[in-house]
Ligand binder design. Structure first.
Ligand SMILES: [Zn+2]
Ligand SMILES: [Zn+2]
Length: 186
């Protein structure tokens, strides 16, 4: 499956967005205020976004919850239903562009779209391509017991089970190794 520069950026943005949600009451909100949202927009080079407001913040948190369900979807049909709903609400306007020296590619957000609609349109379409390519199962949540972070598995054989943000895979390796040693010693 071909992943263009913009698709890659949209995937990084949506994964980071989903992972700003607090996992439980003990973890902090990753988008606590408008300043945090402004920083998120800047970090992800989200273009054509004006001054942000409380309205933008609550709209982005709302679509964040919808995107989270895409990563938790057990099969393509339920993922497709949520993606359809997100991109329909955002009102997409496909538009060819070769901005900033990148090859021709398509932007989906409508001119003047709010940041929430921008994310819903372009991230929604990036996820839609995974469903179209039969690759929906690459949109995953970490399987480590105390971590449910979203990630996109871009490994060749779709074998990734853990996110890399907290070296979950590595931690479990160590735990398994210790368990084996204990068994051998016991
Ligand atoms: Zn672009
Ligand atoms: Zn993890």
């Amino acid at each position: 499956m071909l992943i263009t520069h913009d698709t890659r950026c949209a995937l990084d943005a949506v994964v980071d967005l989903v992972n700003t949600a607090p996992e439980d009451d003990a973890t902090p909100e990753g988008l606590p205020d408008v300043d945090a949202l402004t920083e998120f927009v800047r970090n992800h080079d989200i273009s054509d976004v004006g001054v942000l407001s409380e309205f933008d913040l609550s709209a982005v948190r709302k679509i964040r919850g919808r995107f989270a369900t895409v990563f938790a979807a057990p099969e393509p049909r339920s993922a497709a239903a949520v993606i359809n709903e997100l991109i329909a609400a955002a009102g997409t306007t496909p538009r060819l562009t070769d901005h900033d020296g990148y090859d021709w590619h398509v932007h989906y957000f409508a001119p003047g779209a709010s940041v929430a609609d921008h994310l819903a349109a372009d991230c929604g379409m990036a996820l839609a391509f995974f469903v179209v390519a039969g690759e929906q199962e690459r949109l995953r949540r970490c399987e480590a017991p105390d971590c449910r972070r979203a990630f996109v598995d871009l490994s060749r054989n779709r074998s990734r089970r853990y996110c890399d943000s907290r070296t979950c895979g590595n931690r479990l390796h160590v735990a398994a190794y210790r368990a084996r040693r204990k068994e051998a010693a016991g």
